[in-house]
Design a protein around this ligand. Structure first.
Ligand code: ADP
Length: 265
């Protein structure tokens, strides 16, 4: 009689296990669903962002081709075509970087992005500052670099993009006679890069969202300044690639400070 009852005794834990598995499955399906929604939304955004400059380039060049533009206006049209082509090129390059970072995260193979080697953060920051010197000058913004030579293991190109995007934002969302400070320094034994500006600041309610793809506080200002809406998303993933954390402090009308802290080497 004992033997005959045994299967019923074991049924209960089995049912509860099945319930758990069902619960996990539903949860995972929800995750897949929301990843799927995000992918769809990203694709829709990409399509829209690409179509806008393409339409402008086609339209302007068509008007020139058909002789509708007065000769004295042609330089102006050409310059607009050039700006849109630049925007298109920046977009394509940012989209490629992000999709490569996504792929790297999925496969968990960091080599996919290229070499991981000793990189001096100060020399990367110095290259970036040199590259942005002219743009800062044109915007009437002072750009200063300070710090000590700090070597981490990382991908040189990605670190260049990370610091470059932070510096580019700090210049673009600034005001005339404003400043940008770039610091490379160890804090509590951890390598840090800090970019702070005396610019327009980010409203409290937007601070968590600015790292999302295509999220902009002010669409008009971002586009007008050549922004792709992908800069901080690249910063977020490039930091994750290096196991670094990001800290954002910002006050509206006063400025923004973003600190990227790398693991102790
Ligand atoms: P964008 O190409 O639009 O600059 P980002 O992803 O780099 O895209 O930044 C997202 C948004 O965050 C920007 O559109 C801007 O509104 C805001 N932002 C980023 N950096 C700063 C900064 N240093 N000061 C003020 N606002 C900023």
């Amino acid at each position: 009689a004992e033997n005959a009852q045994a299967p019923y005794v074991e049924l209960e834990p089995m049912v509860s296990r099945l319930n758990e598995q069902h619960h996990d499955l539903v949860e995972r399906m929800d995750q897949v669903q929301s990843a799927d929604d995000m992918r769809r939304e990203f694709t829709a955004n990409v399509t829209h962002e690409l179509k806008t400059p393409i339409a402008a380039i086609s339209g302007a060049s068509e008007l020139i081709r058909d002789g509708i533009v007065r000769p004295e206006d042609i330089p102006n049209f050409a310059s607009r075509i050039y700006d849109d082509a630049q925007r298109l090129s920046a977009l394509v390059s940012d989209i490629l970087t992000l999709s490569k970072l996504d792929e790297t995260e999925r496969s968990q193979d960091r080599q996919l992005f290229g070499s991981v080697e000793p990189v001096d953060l100060l020399s990367v920051a110095s290259d970036v500052c040199q590259r942005y010197e002219q743009r800062a000058c044109d915007a009437g913004v002072k750009l200063k670099l300070d710090g000590v030579s700090t070597t981490i293991k990382g991908n040189p190109r990605l670190l260049d993009e990370l610091i470059g995007n932070l510096v580019s934002n700090a210049i673009r969302y600034n005001r005339r006679s404003g400043s940008v400070f770039v610091w490379v320094l160890p804090q509590n034994g951890q390598p840090c890069v800090r970019v702070s500006d005396t610019g327009i600041g980010i409203p409290q309610e937007d601070q968590a969202k600015v790292f999302e793809r295509f999220y902009r506080v002010d669409k008009g200002r971002s586009r007008e300044k050549g922004g792709t809406g992908l800069g901080l998303a690249i910063v977020k993933h490039a930091a994750a690639f290096h196991d670094a954390t990001i800290d954002l402090k910002s006050e509206l009308g006063k400025g923004t400070q973003i600190t990227v802290t790398f693991p102790a080497q």
